[in-house]
Design a protein around this ligand. Sequence first.
Ligand SMILES: O=P(O)(O)OC[C@H]1O[C@](O)(CO)[C@@H](O)[C@@H]1O
Length: 321
Amino acid sequence: MNPDAFAADLAEKPARLAELAAALERDDPWAPVGLEARSADLVFVGMGSSHYASSVAAARLRARGVRAVAELASSDLLPRTGPGTTVVAVSASGGSRETLDALDRLSGSGARVVGVTNVESSALSARADVVVPMLAGPEHGGVACRSFQHTLALFLTLEAGMTGAPLPAALVRAAADASADLLERESAWLPAVTEAALGPDGTHLAAPARRLSSAQQSALMLREGPRVAAIGCETGDWAHVDVYLTKNTDYRLVLFGGSRWIDGVREWTDPRGTTLVSVGEDLPTAAVTVRYRGDEDDDVRLLSETLVMELVAARRWQAQA
Ligand SMILES: O=P(O)(O)OC[C@H]1O[C@](O)(CO)[C@@H](O)[C@@H]1O
């Protein structure tokens, strides 16, 4: 893994997203899969960031009445599948052994396999009945960052196709604009966010359930690059699991905006003067707030907001190298 190459991978986000948007304007990448919302039976499997994206995708589909679950590929409790099941195996590298192992366990039942990958010549592609390419371009830094973002965009495309909505090319363009805005203004926000978010006791991140992937992926980026202790949780659940650290540690919390449960966070962080970073929403008690173009749209947030802590991770990692 290489910090400079990781930073360069992040800088390429707007251009690669614009290419993805153009591809979505031409074709539906899920057309060969041919899924019907009413009859679909979807099982997503993957690891790490691939699982984070899959979990949000499956929850969104379930909320729209589609039978869909996401499981860690390493789980011993994979769902029962049959000839009517579509297994969506997600792996940016196309080579995670747990994901390939899950296919051994799931596809013997006659289930169809759709491989979502950024490496078309991978073991996953060879095993899949249909391949949906992530179109994120090579990630020379060795860290799944654009591939995570493109996976989410492709899952929003799947959801749109299954629910009769237009394909989200305009949304992907808006995410490209949001990413460009954050990159162009990096020097204005990044030093203060770094100072507030990276503490001696690590970094905590919270996002609403519908965008939990943002907190999880941001934590992963801090761990994978600069090896900073970081953990993600859901904003409502925060008052049940993370609150306990606010009294006795130098607690730092990055909040991705838009949760109905922010009062549960403020009940404890306001009186304790906790150091907060707010992303995508104004919060009067935040030490630093980061706003960016398009952040009033929840799906733009989903596709863009991880760039904030990815850039923080990249710059800290470069400084350590
Ligand atoms: O999507 P893949 O290539 O299967 O990788 C899964 C996870 O493994 C990692 O590559 C780390 O081992 C993460 O970056 C990624 O989220």
